[in-house]
Design a protein around this ligand. Structure first.
Ligand SMILES: Nc1ncnc2c1ncn2[C@@H]1O[C@H](COP(=O)(O)OP(=O)(O)OP(=O)(O)O)[C@@H](O)[C@H]1O
Ligand SMILES: [Mg+2]
Length: 164
């Protein structure tokens, strides 16, 4: 049976000052979908990293454009898609740091995407420069994660608490 999905969307100018608005938007919907506060925080952090990438990387050398955040939710899953119309990037160049490197190098950058992949259940990138570059991030509402993944997520959440 096809499940009814609800769709929500927010579009903001690509400025760090708007990340809080997006964080609240996604957080409220995730809470309503039934996630625990722990999971809400993970979804918010993943969304924040995706939006920070738009602010930092997408609109380099072109006039700043929009960040679009789409949320689709049903009883099974919560899907956040962050899109931009910026320069895009080469998916083949994304490196996969391991957790030890993550902890040692976090402050040096280059780990946002790894963090998104660890916090969320499924992550799909689509790149179409100046038209639509997107990262789709899925969190299942009833899924128990492996002990190993949970531990990695906890390390990230603990680590980013003190991130300034
Ligand atoms: N929306 C985007 N538009 C253009 N390039 C992007 C986008 N998202 C990611 N990238 C590219 O992918 C690289 C890796 O992103 P990632 O978030 O993992 O690291 P970072 O942003 O460089 O550092 P950190 O997130 O740790 O501060 C970025 O350096 C950038 O080149
Ligand atoms: Mg980043």
């Amino acid at each position: 049976m096809k499940q009814l999905s609800e769709k929500y969307k927010i579009t903001t100018p690509s400025k760090s000052a708007n990340l809080e608005i997006i964080r609240d938007f996604v957080g409220k919907l995730a809470r309503r979908a039934g996630f625990s506060e722990d999971h809400v925080n993970k979804i918010q952090l993943a969304t924040d990293e995706a939006c920070t990438n738009v602010v930092k990387h997408a609109y380099k050398n072109v006039p700043a454009g929009p960040i679009e955040v789409d949320v689709t939710l049903n009883r099974e899953k919560f899907v956040v898609t962050v899109s931009d119309k910026g320069i895009g990037f080469d998916l083949n160049n994304l490196v996969q740091p391991n957790m030890v490197e993550y902890l040692n190098q976090y402050k040096k950058g280059g780990l946002g995407i790894h963090l998104i992949q660890t916090l969320m259940d499924e992550v799909v990138f689509k790149v179409n420069p100046f038209h639509k570059n997107s990262v789709k991030m899925v969190k299942y509402i009833h899924r128990s994660e492996s002990a190993d993944k949970l531990r990695q997520q906890e390390m990230i959440m603990e680590r980013t608490k003190n991130r300034g």
